[in-house]
Ligand binder design. Structure first.
Ligand SMILES: *Cc1c(COP(=O)(O)O)cnc(C)c1O
Length: 481
């Protein structure tokens, strides 16, 4: 009998653990079945660890009780957790893109917590349509005739292509048959919609004549795609949506502009060089393209959604398409999106929409915050310093654009890797995600809300101490999975 097998006899029984006062006290908050299951799982885990001769985890009753308490606390932890974004990447796709404005959040909560006029006409007392709730606002802020909002921009493009081009051809510049990210590839979406892709031009140069030559009896639409996450530089040529719109009108073919970012403000107002300027939705609509598609949670700064704006006869057809039902928005999203659009309608987006607040944050303000954080961390004995850096916009918007910022560079404790420190920060009570450059963790104030500062600094201090005190302390901090 191995040492590990013989020590299995020391494993506590389920009843023994259940009788421990701390575990018994859980019964007030959790059903007994749930507690019994947690205890079983933790005893099993202890058994497996002993068989694997893992000396770090004892079989003592106290160890199992501690593990059960941690698992019980983790049970109430939501699957989707609030994370402090210290990366400075404003539209961080992995961290949920745009945070909502206060008004958008309040509207979503109000709509989701009770009943609403989602599909009820309050004037007439009869059935209404959820599609009309956002339409007027979208039209107002974009200048379009008609509009429809769906689940996300991928869904918007899919719906448009399914309506206009199933079994037909869609003409796309070779330089725009791209992958937007996360596997959203224009050629694949086209295939899913039942359309056939006709690529024209070359990777770097496409001319109007290329589109014109590709138009035939099978052509369902001309598609322009905004290069969201890359930039073609050098010997390049592309056809602007306006020229495509004119060609489409001349040849009787609908033109679609997948504008992507949903930018409604001129970014040169925020110090972005004119050469890197993002086209705004209003301009795309004004060029006369038939339909413009864009996201709700990129530069628009609202909830996840896809908006289609343009020609009213086409929008009416889209509303009747069976996919419109499958891709429709829920009441909470409609409420949040309407509140976000209202900020633009009222000319207060720069002030009220968090994405624009962050993009518009002044360099002096960023420097002041970074200095104050760094001072506080140093007083806590942490090796921190400030230096000038650049924040990215992210989320497939404004490729190549960076904004000047000041970051706090935190060095890990002696003998600890920066990855270890970053991991401790991610797995703490309030997860913090930061950038790593060389052997420092960089904290960018741009994406940290003022009301998150205290939590952020507390989390850094805690993670730093845990790392300095070694793995033992870290092991206790990490909830077993
Ligand atoms: C981001 C983007 C998409 C996908 O939008 P989602 O809202 O993420 O579905 C499609 N096209 C372009 C040009 C984009 O930038």
């Amino acid at each position: 009998m191995s040492a590990a097998t013989s020590s299995l006899r020391h494993l506590p029984s389920v009843d023994t653990v259940l009788r421990q006062p701390d575990v018994a006290a859980l019964a007030g908050a959790l059903a007994r079945d749930v507690v019994v299951e947690l205890v079983r799982v933790e005893i099993d885990r202890a058994r497996r660890e002993m068989l694997a001769d893992n000396p770090a985890n004892g079989s003592r009753v106290g160890d199992v009780v501690a593990a059960v308490l941690r698992a019980a606390a983790a049970l109430r932890r939501p699957a989707l957790r609030r994370v402090i974004n210290a990366t400075g990447v404003v539209l961080h796709t992995n961290l949920g893109r745009a945070p909502l404005s206060r008004a958008a959040l309040a509207a979503a909560q109000e709509a989701a917590s009770g009943y609403t006029n989602l599909e009820f006409d309050l004037d007439g007392g009869g059935r209404g349509s959820r599609h009309t709730l956002l339409e007027e606002l979208v039209c107002r802020v974009t200048g379009a005739e008609a509009a429809l909002a769906v689940n996300n921009n991928a869904a918007a493009v899919l719906l448009v292509l399914a309506e206009l081009a199933t079994g037909r051809e869609v003409v796309v510049s070779r330089g725009q048959a791209v992958e937007i990210g996360g596997g959203f590839r224009i050629p694949d979406v086209l295939r899913q919609s039942g359309a056939r892709l006709v690529e024209v031009g070359t990777t770097n140069r496409t001319r109007l004549a290329d589109y014109e030559a590709a138009i035939g009896p099978e052509t369902g639409a001309l598609l322009h795609v905004h290069a969201s996450n890359f930039r073609v530089v050098g010997f390049t040529e592309a056809v602007a949506p306006g020229a495509l719109a004119a060609l489409g009108r001349r040849r009787g073919v609908p033109v679609i502009d997948d504008q992507g970012s949903g930018c409604l403000l001129d970014v040169t107002r925020f110090g972005v060089p004119a050469a890197l300027r993002e086209p705004v939705v209003q301009e795309s609509v004004a060029t006369g393209v038939d339909l413009v598609c864009f996201s709700g949670d990129k530069l628009l700064g609202g909830p996840q959604a896809g908006i289609i704006a343009g020609n009213s006869a086409l929008v009416t057809r889209l509303k009747r398409h069976p996919l419109a039902r499958a891709l429709r928005l829920d009441k909470g999203t409609i409420a949040a999106l309407a509140a976000t659009l209202l900020h633009y309608r009222l000319g207060e987006a720069e002030r009220e929409v968090p994405v624009w607040q962050m993009i518009g944050m002044q360099p002096e303000q960023l420097q002041r915050r970074a200095r104050s954080w760094s001072g506080r961390l140093r007083r806590a004995g942490i090796d921190a310093a400030v230096h000038a850096d650049q924040s990215a916009i992210g989320g497939g918007s404004l490729p190549g654009v960076t904004l000047p910022t000041t970051v706090v560079a935190v060095a890990p404790p002696a003998g600890v890797s920066v990855d270890g420190l970053a991991r401790a920060l991610r797995t703490g009570e309030t997860p913090v995600v930061a950038r790593i450059a060389e052997d420092r963790m960089l904290i960018d104030p741009r994406t940290v809300r003022p009301d998150e500062e205290r939590l952020l600094l507390g989390a850094i201090e805690r993670a730093w101490r845990l790392q300095r005190n070694g793995d033992e302390a870290t092991a206790l901090d990490v909830v077993p999975t």
